[in-house]
Design a protein around this ligand. Sequence first.
Ligand SMILES: [Zn+2]
Length: 432
Amino acid sequence: MTNSPQIPTPAHILADSMLSRHFGRETVNYFSSEDLFCGINVFLFDIQLTLTGSPLNRLSFLRSEHSFLSAALKHPSTHFVLLKDLAPLTKSPSELYYAKYDEVRKLVPEDAFDKSEEEMIKQFDSRKTNAQLIFLGLDETKKQGGLAWKIYTGAPYFALDVTPKGSEEQQTHAKDIISTMEAQGLSFYQSRVVMTFSADEAAIYAQARALIDWNTRNTFCGTCGHPTLSVNSGTKRACPPTDAALAEEGKARPDCNTRTTLSNLSFPRTDPTIIVAVLSADSKRLLLGRSKRFPPKWYSTLAGFIEPAESVEDAVRREVWEEAGVTLSRVVIHSSQPWPYPANLMIGAIAQVSDPEHEKISLLHDPELEDAKWFEIEEVEEALRIGTSPLGEKAGPEYKGGLRLPPPTAIAHQLIKAAITGDFIYSKDSKM
Ligand SMILES: [Zn+2]
């Protein structure tokens, strides 16, 4: 997994610890962006070693520090990731384009961060629209020429939604930026799922896409139905108590119970799903399934949404029984993968059947799968070597016509590999 340039290889997976010796190295999946510093005393760590799957330190505690954000917005080292209808602006299908402040200033006024959040909420006017701007974090590997703020130095990253919408003026400015960019040969990469970026850029794009998508879907309060305001650098939305647009008509906003405390906010959602590689009772076979939309001979791990009030382990057992009729015993959580289409976190597990009687497959409960089958480990090993590719692409030149599996950028691939090598149980270096 680590020899593919598309899989993140952050420094922390090589670090020695009792847990890494016992359980093996952590698997960091594509789109991963661990927010190590969120909620953790930052001074416990060497800032030089940003131990994350993403190159960005999100510095979530600076999202309301307006002097920092104002400085970051206009700094020469600042990178803007532009999205139009969630499609990223790219130099090529494998490389993002990062705009400078001068290229986006029409849509982002210099005083965008001048007011405090309290003032912004107090002065809310739903007639005034702004392009959605999100502070993504600081790339601390870019110290040379970077922004220095307290103990943090690096290049700031923002995401900006340039989809033409909002006021007429905003739409005109957005269209101007789009045509200027396209005239330079850049393009907004249209793809249902983008899996062609390097691991670093995939993590940056995933964060930008997920947050712009969430903001776009939450412009009205889910409780009172009135317009909301983006705050906290694009990572929260508030339902302000007053609106200048209504006040001018002599109307007031209704009471809203999201406003009963100072934290009158809604937060970006993450929808957890499970995905699981299932071992037979004798550990010699693996359960895989296929949906109708898969190409011929293509199988993958089983997956499904976690339901309210359900544990991860119970969701794994329920999904596998519903889709394949197989009854599981032990479930071990292996690794996870953010999936920004639009807001999933796939929680990867490895599970096993305890009794051969429980291995009997039935597709009669839930008709979601076209087929589910037990595959011998040898066949799966061969497919991992020569039969993988992204969905919709051909397998490699050595492929002989057998089983096909997802590529290393998919958590399904990592789970299958871990299940058949046993790497998730204990490290080969373990001194047990
Ligand atoms: Zn409300």
